[in-house]
Design a protein around this ligand. Structure first.
Ligand SMILES: [Zn+2]
Length: 408
Protein backbone atom coordinates (compact mmCIF):
# COMPACT_ATOMS: atom_id res chain seq x y z
CA UNK A 1 0.00 0.00 0.00
CA UNK A 2 0.99 3.60 -0.61
CA UNK A 3 0.56 6.75 1.49
CA UNK A 4 -2.49 8.62 0.20
CA UNK A 5 -0.85 12.00 0.80
CA UNK A 6 1.89 11.41 -1.79
CA UNK A 7 -0.56 10.03 -4.36
CA UNK A 8 -3.01 12.83 -3.62
CA UNK A 9 -0.30 15.29 -4.67
CA UNK A 10 0.85 13.31 -7.70
CA UNK A 11 -2.68 12.88 -9.00
CA UNK A 12 -3.78 16.44 -8.13
CA UNK A 13 -6.65 15.14 -6.00
CA UNK A 14 -6.38 17.53 -3.06
CA UNK A 15 -4.04 20.05 -1.50
CA UNK A 16 -3.36 21.06 2.09
CA UNK A 17 -2.25 24.68 2.17
CA UNK A 18 -0.86 26.07 5.45
CA UNK A 19 -2.53 29.37 4.63
CA UNK A 20 -5.95 27.67 4.67
CA UNK A 21 -5.04 25.77 7.82
CA UNK A 22 -3.95 22.30 8.85
CA UNK A 23 -6.66 19.66 8.59
CA UNK A 24 -8.65 21.77 6.14
CA UNK A 25 -7.80 20.14 2.79
CA UNK A 26 -9.01 21.63 -0.49
CA UNK A 27 -10.38 19.21 -3.08
CA UNK A 28 -8.88 19.95 -6.50
CA UNK A 29 -10.90 19.32 -9.69
CA UNK A 30 -9.73 15.69 -10.07
CA UNK A 31 -10.49 14.80 -6.46
CA UNK A 32 -13.77 16.70 -6.59
CA UNK A 33 -14.84 14.81 -9.74
CA UNK A 34 -14.22 11.44 -8.08
CA UNK A 35 -15.96 12.55 -4.88
CA UNK A 36 -18.92 13.90 -6.82
CA UNK A 37 -19.39 10.52 -8.55
CA UNK A 38 -19.37 8.75 -5.19
CA UNK A 39 -21.73 11.26 -3.57
CA UNK A 40 -24.21 10.82 -6.42
CA UNK A 41 -23.98 7.06 -6.10
CA UNK A 42 -24.54 7.04 -2.34
CA UNK A 43 -27.48 9.41 -2.64
CA UNK A 44 -29.02 7.11 -5.25
CA UNK A 45 -28.50 3.99 -3.10
CA UNK A 46 -30.18 5.80 -0.21
CA UNK A 47 -33.03 7.14 -2.34
CA UNK A 48 -33.85 3.61 -3.49
CA UNK A 49 -33.79 2.47 0.14
CA UNK A 50 -36.38 5.04 1.18
CA UNK A 51 -34.17 7.80 2.57
CA UNK A 52 -35.28 11.44 2.40
CA UNK A 53 -32.45 13.92 1.99
CA UNK A 54 -32.23 17.28 3.69
CA UNK A 55 -29.84 20.24 3.92
CA UNK A 56 -28.94 21.79 7.25
CA UNK A 57 -26.34 24.42 8.18
CA UNK A 58 -22.91 23.44 9.54
CA UNK A 59 -23.29 25.74 12.52
CA UNK A 60 -26.06 26.45 14.98
CA UNK A 61 -26.90 28.22 18.20
CA UNK A 62 -25.09 27.18 21.33
CA UNK A 63 -28.41 26.16 22.91
CA UNK A 64 -28.98 23.47 20.26
CA UNK A 65 -25.77 21.70 21.25
CA UNK A 66 -26.40 22.26 24.93
CA UNK A 67 -29.73 20.45 24.50
CA UNK A 68 -28.18 17.61 22.46
CA UNK A 69 -25.55 17.16 25.18
CA UNK A 70 -22.59 17.75 22.84
CA UNK A 71 -21.43 20.79 24.83
CA UNK A 72 -21.47 18.62 27.91
CA UNK A 73 -19.56 15.54 26.83
CA UNK A 74 -17.95 16.60 23.56
CA UNK A 75 -16.73 20.15 24.23
CA UNK A 76 -13.03 19.22 24.09
CA UNK A 77 -13.45 18.13 20.47
CA UNK A 78 -15.37 21.26 19.42
CA UNK A 79 -14.17 24.64 18.24
CA UNK A 80 -14.85 27.38 20.80
CA UNK A 81 -18.21 29.16 20.39
CA UNK A 82 -18.43 32.28 18.22
CA UNK A 83 -20.11 35.19 19.95
CA UNK A 84 -22.15 37.67 17.90
CA UNK A 85 -23.67 39.33 20.94
CA UNK A 86 -24.14 38.52 24.60
CA UNK A 87 -27.11 36.21 23.97
CA UNK A 88 -26.19 35.06 20.48
CA UNK A 89 -23.49 32.42 20.42
CA UNK A 90 -22.89 29.91 17.63
CA UNK A 91 -20.87 26.74 17.40
CA UNK A 92 -19.56 24.74 14.45
CA UNK A 93 -21.43 21.48 14.76
CA UNK A 94 -19.57 18.31 15.78
CA UNK A 95 -22.42 16.08 14.51
CA UNK A 96 -25.54 16.30 12.36
CA UNK A 97 -27.96 14.59 14.76
CA UNK A 98 -29.23 17.78 16.48
CA UNK A 99 -30.37 19.26 13.16
CA UNK A 100 -31.95 15.96 12.09
CA UNK A 101 -33.83 15.76 15.37
CA UNK A 102 -35.29 19.16 14.42
CA UNK A 103 -36.26 17.74 11.01
CA UNK A 104 -38.19 15.01 12.85
CA UNK A 105 -39.71 17.57 15.17
CA UNK A 106 -40.75 19.91 12.34
CA UNK A 107 -44.26 18.50 12.66
CA UNK A 108 -46.22 15.82 14.45
CA UNK A 109 -45.35 12.23 13.45
CA UNK A 110 -47.51 9.16 13.13
CA UNK A 111 -46.43 5.51 13.47
CA UNK A 112 -47.31 5.22 9.78
CA UNK A 113 -44.27 7.38 8.90
CA UNK A 114 -41.80 5.12 10.69
CA UNK A 115 -39.09 4.22 9.96
CA UNK A 116 -38.39 7.84 8.97
CA UNK A 117 -34.96 8.00 7.35
CA UNK A 118 -33.34 11.45 7.19
CA UNK A 119 -30.14 11.59 5.13
CA UNK A 120 -27.57 14.29 4.43
CA UNK A 121 -24.03 14.57 3.22
CA UNK A 122 -23.15 17.38 5.59
CA UNK A 123 -20.23 19.30 7.02
CA UNK A 124 -19.16 19.02 10.64
CA UNK A 125 -16.07 20.07 12.56
CA UNK A 126 -13.59 18.66 15.06
CA UNK A 127 -10.99 20.76 16.86
CA UNK A 128 -8.24 18.18 16.34
CA UNK A 129 -4.81 19.24 17.57
CA UNK A 130 -2.50 20.14 14.68
CA UNK A 131 0.00 17.42 15.60
CA UNK A 132 -2.36 14.56 14.70
CA UNK A 133 -3.51 15.96 11.35
CA UNK A 134 -2.42 14.41 8.11
CA UNK A 135 -3.77 14.45 4.58
CA UNK A 136 -7.38 13.28 4.51
CA UNK A 137 -7.36 10.69 7.28
CA UNK A 138 -7.56 13.15 10.21
CA UNK A 139 -9.15 16.50 9.39
CA UNK A 140 -10.91 19.37 11.12
CA UNK A 141 -13.62 19.85 8.45
CA UNK A 142 -15.48 16.60 7.88
CA UNK A 143 -17.98 15.83 5.11
CA UNK A 144 -20.04 13.00 6.51
CA UNK A 145 -22.36 10.60 4.70
CA UNK A 146 -24.86 10.55 7.52
CA UNK A 147 -28.45 9.57 8.23
CA UNK A 148 -30.72 9.28 11.21
CA UNK A 149 -33.42 6.63 11.10
CA UNK A 150 -36.27 7.12 13.53
CA UNK A 151 -38.18 3.91 14.23
CA UNK A 152 -39.89 1.81 16.88
CA UNK A 153 -37.87 -0.65 18.96
CA UNK A 154 -39.68 -3.47 17.12
CA UNK A 155 -38.42 -2.11 13.79
CA UNK A 156 -34.76 -1.88 14.86
CA UNK A 157 -33.85 -5.43 13.77
CA UNK A 158 -35.09 -5.08 10.18
CA UNK A 159 -33.77 -1.54 9.97
CA UNK A 160 -30.25 -2.51 11.03
CA UNK A 161 -30.24 -5.58 8.78
CA UNK A 162 -31.14 -3.39 5.81
CA UNK A 163 -28.47 -0.82 6.74
CA UNK A 164 -25.84 -3.58 6.89
CA UNK A 165 -26.98 -4.77 3.46
CA UNK A 166 -26.58 -1.24 2.05
CA UNK A 167 -23.13 -0.95 3.63
CA UNK A 168 -22.01 -4.19 1.98
CA UNK A 169 -23.45 -3.08 -1.37
CA UNK A 170 -21.67 0.30 -1.20
CA UNK A 171 -18.39 -1.29 -0.09
CA UNK A 172 -18.50 -3.73 -3.01
CA UNK A 173 -19.08 -0.93 -5.54
CA UNK A 174 -16.30 1.24 -4.08
CA UNK A 175 -13.76 -1.51 -3.58
CA UNK A 176 -13.74 -1.19 0.23
CA UNK A 177 -12.55 -4.31 2.04
CA UNK A 178 -13.37 -3.97 5.73
CA UNK A 179 -10.94 -5.45 8.24
CA UNK A 180 -13.74 -6.41 10.60
CA UNK A 181 -17.15 -5.85 12.16
CA UNK A 182 -17.34 -4.94 15.84
CA UNK A 183 -20.39 -5.03 18.05
CA UNK A 184 -19.94 -2.63 20.98
CA UNK A 185 -22.02 -3.54 24.02
CA UNK A 186 -22.80 -2.11 27.42
CA UNK A 187 -20.36 -2.78 30.21
CA UNK A 188 -20.69 -2.60 33.99
CA UNK A 189 -21.45 0.79 35.54
CA UNK A 190 -24.25 3.30 35.66
CA UNK A 191 -23.24 5.76 32.92
CA UNK A 192 -25.77 4.34 30.47
CA UNK A 193 -29.11 5.97 29.69
CA UNK A 194 -32.21 3.89 28.92
CA UNK A 195 -33.66 0.99 30.86
CA UNK A 196 -32.14 -2.49 31.14
CA UNK A 197 -34.86 -4.19 29.12
CA UNK A 198 -34.42 -1.81 26.17
CA UNK A 199 -30.64 -2.29 26.23
CA UNK A 200 -30.93 -6.06 26.35
CA UNK A 201 -33.42 -6.01 23.50
CA UNK A 202 -31.35 -3.58 21.41
CA UNK A 203 -28.16 -5.60 21.87
CA UNK A 204 -30.02 -8.75 20.94
CA UNK A 205 -31.43 -7.10 17.80
CA UNK A 206 -27.98 -5.88 16.68
CA UNK A 207 -26.49 -9.32 17.29
CA UNK A 208 -29.30 -10.91 15.31
CA UNK A 209 -28.82 -8.44 12.45
CA UNK A 210 -25.16 -9.53 12.29
CA UNK A 211 -26.28 -13.13 11.94
CA UNK A 212 -23.89 -15.08 9.77
CA UNK A 213 -21.38 -12.24 9.57
CA UNK A 214 -18.01 -12.61 11.20
CA UNK A 215 -17.75 -10.08 14.02
CA UNK A 216 -16.16 -9.51 17.40
CA UNK A 217 -18.01 -8.31 20.48
CA UNK A 218 -16.64 -5.51 22.64
CA UNK A 219 -18.34 -5.25 26.04
CA UNK A 220 -17.99 -1.79 27.59
CA UNK A 221 -17.31 -0.13 24.21
CA UNK A 222 -20.86 1.11 23.61
CA UNK A 223 -21.64 4.81 23.80
CA UNK A 224 -23.53 5.80 26.95
CA UNK A 225 -26.67 6.25 24.84
CA UNK A 226 -26.75 2.91 23.00
CA UNK A 227 -24.96 -0.10 21.48
CA UNK A 228 -23.39 0.08 18.01
CA UNK A 229 -21.83 -1.81 15.15
CA UNK A 230 -18.59 -0.41 13.73
CA UNK A 231 -17.10 -1.51 10.44
CA UNK A 232 -13.33 -1.14 10.58
CA UNK A 233 -10.70 -0.46 7.92
CA UNK A 234 -6.89 -0.51 8.09
CA UNK A 235 -4.77 2.15 6.38
CA UNK A 236 -1.33 1.92 4.74
CA UNK A 237 0.34 2.58 8.10
CA UNK A 238 -1.63 -0.34 9.65
CA UNK A 239 -3.77 2.01 11.70
CA UNK A 240 -7.31 0.79 12.27
CA UNK A 241 -10.22 3.19 12.11
CA UNK A 242 -14.00 3.10 11.77
CA UNK A 243 -15.45 3.74 8.33
CA UNK A 244 -19.11 2.76 8.55
CA UNK A 245 -21.22 2.69 11.66
CA UNK A 246 -24.69 1.79 12.93
CA UNK A 247 -25.47 3.23 16.33
CA UNK A 248 -28.60 2.94 18.45
CA UNK A 249 -29.58 5.91 20.57
CA UNK A 250 -32.14 6.00 23.39
CA UNK A 251 -30.94 9.39 24.59
CA UNK A 252 -31.49 12.01 21.89
CA UNK A 253 -35.17 11.18 21.31
CA UNK A 254 -35.53 11.83 25.06
CA UNK A 255 -33.50 15.05 25.04
CA UNK A 256 -35.37 16.47 22.04
CA UNK A 257 -38.69 15.10 23.31
CA UNK A 258 -39.35 13.30 20.02
CA UNK A 259 -42.57 11.35 19.72
CA UNK A 260 -45.02 9.70 17.38
CA UNK A 261 -48.66 8.78 17.69
CA UNK A 262 -49.25 5.03 17.90
CA UNK A 263 -52.31 3.22 16.41
CA UNK A 264 -54.22 3.76 19.69
CA UNK A 265 -53.54 7.50 19.54
CA UNK A 266 -51.00 7.50 22.38
CA UNK A 267 -47.69 9.36 22.30
CA UNK A 268 -44.65 7.09 22.01
CA UNK A 269 -40.90 7.69 21.95
CA UNK A 270 -39.05 6.56 18.79
CA UNK A 271 -35.59 4.96 18.81
CA UNK A 272 -32.89 6.78 16.84
CA UNK A 273 -30.43 4.89 14.65
CA UNK A 274 -27.37 6.92 13.58
CA UNK A 275 -25.77 5.34 10.56
CA UNK A 276 -23.13 6.03 7.96
CA UNK A 277 -22.73 3.78 4.93
CA UNK A 278 -19.30 5.00 3.81
CA UNK A 279 -18.20 7.38 6.56
CA UNK A 280 -16.70 10.78 5.80
CA UNK A 281 -15.58 11.63 2.28
CA UNK A 282 -12.15 12.47 3.71
CA UNK A 283 -11.49 9.19 5.47
CA UNK A 284 -13.11 7.25 2.62
CA UNK A 285 -10.80 8.82 0.04
CA UNK A 286 -7.71 8.44 2.21
CA UNK A 287 -8.57 4.73 2.18
CA UNK A 288 -9.62 4.43 -1.48
CA UNK A 289 -6.51 6.25 -2.77
CA UNK A 290 -4.31 3.79 -0.89
CA UNK A 291 -6.23 0.59 -1.57
CA UNK A 292 -6.52 1.30 -5.31
CA UNK A 293 -3.10 3.00 -5.47
CA UNK A 294 -4.84 5.85 -7.30
CA UNK A 295 -6.28 3.56 -10.01
CA UNK A 296 -9.96 4.07 -9.16
CA UNK A 297 -12.67 1.94 -10.77
CA UNK A 298 -13.74 3.68 -14.02
CA UNK A 299 -17.05 4.90 -12.58
CA UNK A 300 -15.33 7.30 -10.19
CA UNK A 301 -12.04 7.87 -12.01
CA UNK A 302 -11.52 11.66 -12.30
CA UNK A 303 -10.89 11.40 -16.05
CA UNK A 304 -12.36 8.29 -17.64
CA UNK A 305 -11.25 8.76 -21.24
CA UNK A 306 -8.13 10.62 -22.36
CA UNK A 307 -8.06 11.25 -26.12
CA UNK A 308 -4.79 11.57 -28.00
CA UNK A 309 -4.53 12.71 -31.63
CA UNK A 310 -1.45 11.08 -33.14
CA UNK A 311 -0.81 14.28 -35.09
CA UNK A 312 -2.09 17.38 -33.33
CA UNK A 313 -0.93 19.70 -36.13
CA UNK A 314 -3.20 21.56 -38.57
CA UNK A 315 -3.28 18.59 -40.99
CA UNK A 316 -3.76 16.12 -38.12
CA UNK A 317 -6.64 14.69 -36.09
CA UNK A 318 -7.35 17.57 -33.67
CA UNK A 319 -10.74 18.20 -35.26
CA UNK A 320 -11.78 14.54 -35.23
CA UNK A 321 -10.67 14.19 -31.60
CA UNK A 322 -12.58 17.32 -30.56
CA UNK A 323 -15.77 15.92 -32.13
CA UNK A 324 -15.27 12.56 -30.44
CA UNK A 325 -14.64 14.28 -27.09
CA UNK A 326 -17.91 16.19 -27.48
CA UNK A 327 -19.86 12.96 -28.07
CA UNK A 328 -18.24 11.24 -25.09
CA UNK A 329 -18.96 14.21 -22.82
CA UNK A 330 -22.57 14.31 -24.02
CA UNK A 331 -22.81 10.59 -23.24
CA UNK A 332 -21.94 11.43 -19.62
CA UNK A 333 -18.23 10.59 -19.53
CA UNK A 334 -15.42 12.66 -18.03
CA UNK A 335 -13.09 13.30 -20.95
CA UNK A 336 -9.88 15.17 -21.64
CA UNK A 337 -7.83 15.75 -24.79
CA UNK A 338 -4.03 15.78 -24.61
CA UNK A 339 -2.44 17.15 -27.77
CA UNK A 340 0.91 18.39 -26.47
CA UNK A 341 4.20 16.51 -26.83
CA UNK A 342 5.19 13.19 -28.37
CA UNK A 343 2.63 10.39 -28.46
CA UNK A 344 4.87 8.22 -26.27
CA UNK A 345 5.17 10.93 -23.61
CA UNK A 346 1.40 11.44 -23.60
CA UNK A 347 0.73 7.71 -23.24
CA UNK A 348 3.19 7.58 -20.31
CA UNK A 349 1.55 10.58 -18.67
CA UNK A 350 -1.89 8.93 -18.99
CA UNK A 351 -0.45 5.86 -17.24
CA UNK A 352 1.03 8.03 -14.49
CA UNK A 353 -2.41 9.58 -13.97
CA UNK A 354 -4.04 6.10 -13.88
CA UNK A 355 -6.56 7.08 -16.58
CA UNK A 356 -8.57 3.89 -17.29
CA UNK A 357 -9.07 4.46 -21.04
CA UNK A 358 -6.76 6.17 -23.52
CA UNK A 359 -8.20 6.70 -27.01
CA UNK A 360 -5.64 7.10 -29.78
CA UNK A 361 -6.81 8.62 -33.07
CA UNK A 362 -4.48 8.51 -36.08
CA UNK A 363 -5.17 9.35 -39.75
CA UNK A 364 -6.93 6.05 -40.45
CA UNK A 365 -9.11 6.19 -37.31
CA UNK A 366 -10.04 9.82 -38.06
CA UNK A 367 -11.09 8.87 -41.60
CA UNK A 368 -13.18 5.92 -40.31
CA UNK A 369 -14.70 7.75 -37.29
CA UNK A 370 -12.91 5.19 -35.15
CA UNK A 371 -10.64 5.10 -32.10
CA UNK A 372 -8.05 2.64 -30.74
CA UNK A 373 -8.49 2.12 -27.00
CA UNK A 374 -5.62 1.34 -24.67
CA UNK A 375 -6.63 0.14 -21.24
CA UNK A 376 -4.91 1.12 -17.99
CA UNK A 377 -3.83 -2.48 -17.39
CA UNK A 378 -1.76 -2.51 -20.60
CA UNK A 379 -4.23 -4.19 -22.95
CA UNK A 380 -4.82 -2.59 -26.38
CA UNK A 381 -8.04 -3.06 -28.33
CA UNK A 382 -8.27 -3.03 -32.14
CA UNK A 383 -9.63 0.23 -33.57
CA UNK A 384 -13.40 0.30 -33.22
CA UNK A 385 -16.17 2.71 -34.26
CA UNK A 386 -16.10 5.74 -31.95
CA UNK A 387 -19.70 5.17 -30.84
CA UNK A 388 -18.83 1.61 -29.82
CA UNK A 389 -15.93 2.86 -27.70
CA UNK A 390 -18.14 5.40 -25.95
CA UNK A 391 -20.77 2.68 -25.43
CA UNK A 392 -18.22 0.25 -24.03
CA UNK A 393 -16.91 2.71 -21.44
CA UNK A 394 -20.45 3.83 -20.64
CA UNK A 395 -21.48 0.22 -19.96
CA UNK A 396 -18.59 -0.35 -17.54
CA UNK A 397 -19.35 2.94 -15.75
CA UNK A 398 -23.08 2.21 -15.54
CA UNK A 399 -22.39 -1.22 -14.04
CA UNK A 400 -19.97 0.37 -11.51
CA UNK A 401 -17.67 -2.49 -12.37
CA UNK A 402 -14.11 -2.74 -11.13
CA UNK A 403 -13.18 -4.37 -14.48
CA UNK A 404 -12.18 -2.33 -17.52
CA UNK A 405 -14.23 -4.31 -20.03
CA UNK A 406 -17.96 -5.10 -19.82
CA UNK A 407 -18.92 -8.58 -18.61
CA UNK A 408 -19.88 -10.73 -21.58
ZN1 LIG B 1 -25.84 11.14 14.56
Amino acid sequence: MIDHRRLGRELDLFVSDPLAGAGLPIWLPAGAAARHAIEEYVREVERRAGYQHVYSPPLGKRELFALSGHLGYFADDMFPPMRLSADDEFVLRPALCPHHALVYRARGRSYRELPLRVGELGAMYRAERSGVLGGLSRVRAISLNDAHNFCTLEQVGDEVREILRLIREAHAALGVRPSGFRLSLRGPGAKYVGDDASWARAEELLRAALDGMDHEEAPGEAAFYGPKIDIQIVDAASRESTLSTVQLDFDKPEKFDLSYTDPAGARQRPVLVHRSLVGSMERLFAYLIEVHQGAFPPWYAPVQLLLLPVDAGPAGQAGAVARLARRAVDAGLRVEVDATGSLGARVRDAARRRVPYVGVVGAREAADDAVALRLRDGRSLDPMPADDAVGLIGAVVAARSAELLPAR
